[in-house]
Design a protein around this ligand. Structure first.
Ligand code: SAH
Length: 486
């Protein structure tokens, strides 16, 4: 699988600055599914072409269970088109190898990263389900001139007809980051297969990479549906949020009210149910000054900000990128000062004691523990329950027993690649009770999401209360069972 990108804006070799890859040097990167080679096929003042060659290991794919499952057709696991065509593997390679350029960062030439350039991309083989017409409907509205050459299934047997495979050229006057982003999202959309499980975080990924173009794209529905592999609830969530993004009144609080209203009308996503349950638990503990530890992109922060009872809100995360996104999502730079004063984002790690975290009424730790290496867990326990020592801790984590209900999740796999572990209800409760006992808290457990009679709810939540500081109104904290909602 070969992707080439050509810049013809002199000095064309500036492409090297944008990609953080020197034209004179060939480089090889090892990815989980094979190798990515980056080299230049031409590099002078007038034209500079970089090539990204993917060498996918089909046997490795079977071993890592990333390739086609080949149910009943075992050979398909080994003999398939994946090593030869542009697919979601290309997207992963773009993110891994050209990550800075994809994000629009250029150390040497930040101005250039923001400048539209005459760029041409060529994909040696792109499976286009939906044909050339769909290919054009995807790229032409984004300003690309599209050239497509269809390949027969087998040149020696013309009677077998055409294949879904095309050699595709795209030329446009765009920023490099736009070209990479469009390829990142639209190649898997055309191919309509993904080598990994499509979970909730795919919505975030799509919205993030779709910023600035997807909401206005005439094919946004089809793109969203295919990107999320026809998982209808996710596609609905993404589309609702996409159109929300376009709304003329960007006031954060208003937006939250809209979302609340929508949720009365449609079944809540697990994500939303989790947020509601956490906010309800925080409110019933009477907390006014709250921490969101491992706040990620700030979904909970946004909900907390919309509720006046939370007077001081601090979001902490180890990832600078997540904090940047949280800041954008909350539109911190545009918030009216009365809202802005209530919230603070800080960078820090739960693996170290941090004086800044001491003295708060409550802390939320939502879907974070499972990202910590097990040996680090003991440190995290002390950092949170001994040193920061908030009056209440609301902590959620996946219930691994429920994974059997997720159709697309292969047996034995976790819900997210970065999860170091996922606990059964017994494991979580044993851990939480031992932590509570050691640090002088009491703990109770609440299911989040529709409960399966034998597997439990998809998310499990523990509410820890510092002994001697009982919450004023604990009964309010029970979220309504999910299936009782409209
Ligand atoms: N609470 C958010 C994000 C969950 S994802 C939500 O529910 O949407 C887990 C988050 O934990 C990521 O943003 C990750 O950057 C953060 N994280 C992982 N290890 C961490 C650590 N040691 N300290 C602080 N944050 C950490």
């Amino acid at each position: 699988m070969l992707l080439t990108i050509t810049n013809t804006h002199p000095p064309a070799t500036d492409l090297g600055y944008l990609l953080h890859k020197k034209p004179g040097r060939a480089q090889t990167f090892t990815l989980s599914f094979g190798q990515a080679h980056v080299f230049y096929t031409e590099a002078d003042e007038a034209a500079c072409t970089v090539a990204l060659l993917l060498d996918i290991d089909p046997v490795g794919l079977v071993r890592n269970r990333r390739g086609p499952s080949g149910e009943g057709r075992t050979l398909e696991q080994y003999v398939n088109d994946r090593p030869f065509v542009a697919s979601s593997f290309l997207s992963v390679a773009i993110a891994g190898v050209f990550g800075s350029a994809l994000a629009g960062r250029s150390r040497g030439r930040p101005d250039l990263a923001e400048t539209p350039l005459p760029l041409r991309a060529k994909l040696s083989v792109l499976p286009c389900r939906g044909g050339e017409e769909f290919l054009r409907r995807l790229f032409e509205p984004l300003g690309y001139e599209v050239a497509a050459e269809r390949h027969p299934l087998d040149e020696e047997f013309p009677e077998w007809g055409e294949s879904p495979y095309y050699t595709v050229g795209l030329s446009g006057h765009v920023r490099l980051r736009d070209l990479l982003t469009h390829l990142y999202v639209l190649v898997p959309v055309l191919d309509r297969e993904k080598h990994y499980w499509v979970g909730d975080d795919e919505v975030e990924k799509l919205l993030r990479h779709g910023t600035g173009w997807l909401a206005a794209h005439p094919e946004r529905e089809e793109i969203t549906k295919r990107y999320l592999k026809y998982r209808r609830s996710l596609a609905r969530e993404a589309l609702a949020r996409l159109t929300g993004e376009e709304s003329p009144d960007p006031d954060t609080v208003e937006e939250i009210h809209n979302i609340e209203e929508e949720t009365v009308e449609k079944p809540l996503s697990l994500n939303e149910q989790r947020l509601n349950a956490v906010v309800a638990a925080l409110k019933s503990s009477n907390a006014k000054r709250v921490l969101d530890l491992g706040c990620g992109e700030g979904k909970l922060l946004r909900a907390l900000l919309a509720d006046k009872t939370f007077e001081e809100i601090v979001g902490l995360d180890v990832s600078h990128r997540s904090l940047e996104r949280a800041s954008e999502r909350l539109r911190l730079d545009r918030l009216p000062s009365r809202l802005r004063e209530r919230i603070k984002l800080i960078q820090g790690s739960l693996a170290y004691r941090d004086q800044r975290l001491a003295g708060y009424d409550a802390a939320a730790v939502v879907e974070v523990v499972e990202h910590l290496d097990l040996p680090r867990l003991a440190t995290f326990e002390r950092v949170l329950f001994e040193s920061a020592r908030p009056g209440t801790v609301v902590l959620t984590t996946p219930n691994v027993e429920y994974n059997a209900r997720f159709e697309n999740l292969p047996a034995g796999k976790f819900r997210h690649k970065d999860h170091r572990f996922e606990w059964t209800r017994r494991e979580f409760q044993a851990w939480a009770e031992s932590v509570a006992e050691r640090f002088g808290y009491s703990v109770r457990f609440l299911p989040v999401g529709a409960e399966d009679p034998s597997l439990g709810a998809p998310t499990q939540m523990g509410v820890f209360t510092l002994e001697g500081r009982g919450a004023a109104n604990t009964s309010k904290c029970e979220p309504a069972p999910a299936d009782a909602r409209p």
